[in-house]
Design a binder for this molecule. Structure first.
Ligand code: ZN
Length: 53
């Protein structure tokens, strides 16, 4: 099952799709740090992940 995450920051189109939740978490952490200068914790990211059917 493919999971996806869309960045919730204004004017940001970052979106990731993967079967691997761990990959999504690490990519999103990296994105948040590099692009927004934010530190997201794993719980925040996981709560924003949706599953696509
Ligand atoms: Zn973003």
């Amino acid at each position: 099952m493919v999971k996806s995450f869309s960045c919730s920051q204004e004017d940001c189109a970052f979106e990731i799709h993967s079967n691997d939740e761990g990959e999504i978490v690490s990519m999103v952490k990296e994105h948040a740090t590099n692009v927004h200068g934010m530190t997201l914790n794993e719980g925040d990211i996981k709560s924003g992940i949706t599953e696509m059917h």
